[in-house]
Design a protein around this ligand. Structure first.
Ligand code: ZN
Length: 273
């Protein structure tokens, strides 16, 4: 699942989902903290625009990651733990960073969309039939708001996507080993069918498996379980690979779950000719 993509002087280290990357011209990746230019505590591939890191560093990191994956830049929005879905095309791309949206979708070629995370999950959804992709940001709020399911609904309407044909990849995120939650949230969520089986209680502490909750909501939206791929990495456990908002006490960088559709080589030749 891991792959190294070389850029000029540094090595970017990303985690890829094989199923999505094997769709012709589809490129999907989850960036780690490795391969960028930022200094601690943002070392080194920080893609978060609302952190204390220098804007020039974040811009450069964005170009490094996008470039290594074959795109110009990663387009992201202003994430607010909500469930708004925004379509990215030539018209909307430039203003995306000012828009409140936790899910981006596109069917346009050469456009790479992404969501920023540090403990939250990034969910990539791909429609290999109608050739559209989505990047979704979900922490526990996004999970509870069913932002992933809402994105599937959007894709059904906009691209005629058949949920049974969709492929989803849930990124590294804070795992059930580290995600301790309070009793009020537990009391609220455990009543819902989609979240019944995501809690474990050890020594009076309540642990939540957020990715399992997101997986349940995607299955509810009609995806086949076999088409929902879930990373096993915990961002809080692995300090060498990941930023973690909880572990690093809020002062940290952001990774990104990104996806885009490349222009096929045949099209490129046609354009040149
Ligand atoms: Zn952990």
């Amino acid at each position: 699942m891991k792959k190294r993509a070389e850029s000029k002087n540094r090595t970017l280290f990303v985690i890829k989902n094989r199923a999505i990357n094997s769709v012709p011209d589809f490129v999907e990746a989850f960036t780690t903290r490795i391969g960028g230019v930022s200094s601690p505590p943002y070392g080194s591939l920080n893609l978060g625009t609302t952190t204390g890191d220098r804007r020039t560093n974040v811009k450069r990191n964005n170009k490094i990651a996008a470039g290594a994956l074959g795109f110009k830049r990663i387009i992201t929005a202003n994430q607010v733990h909500g469930n708004r879905v925004m379509e990215i095309n030539a018209k909307t791309a430039a203003k995306a960073c000012d828009e409140h949206a936790d899910a981006l979708v596109t069917a346009e070629k050469s456009v790479m969309i992404g969501v920023k995370t540090a403990d939250c999950a990034g969910i990539i959804i791909a429609d290999p039939v109608n050739r559209a992709v989505a990047a979704v940001h979900a922490g526990w709020r996004g999970m509870a708001n069913k932002v992933a399911g809402k994105t599937v609904e959007f894709m059904k309407k906009r691209f005629k996507s058949d949920p049974k044909k969709l492929i989803a990849s849930i990124s590294p995120a804070i795992g059930p080993c580290c995600f301790i939650i309070g009793r009020p949230l537990y009391a609220r969520l455990k009543k819902e069918a989609d979240f019944k089986n995501i809690f474990s209680i050890k020594k009076k502490k309540i642990y939540m498996d957020m990715r399992k909750g997101i997986r349940n909501t995607l299955a509810r939206a009609g995806l086949k379980l076999a088409n929902i791929h879930t990373s096993g990495f915990c961002t809080s456990c692995d300090e060498g690979l990941f930023f973690s908002y909880r572990r690093d006490n809020k002062e940290t960088g952001r990774m990104a779950a990104v996806v885009g559709i490349k222009q096929s080589s045949a099209e490129k030749t046609r354009r040149k000719g």
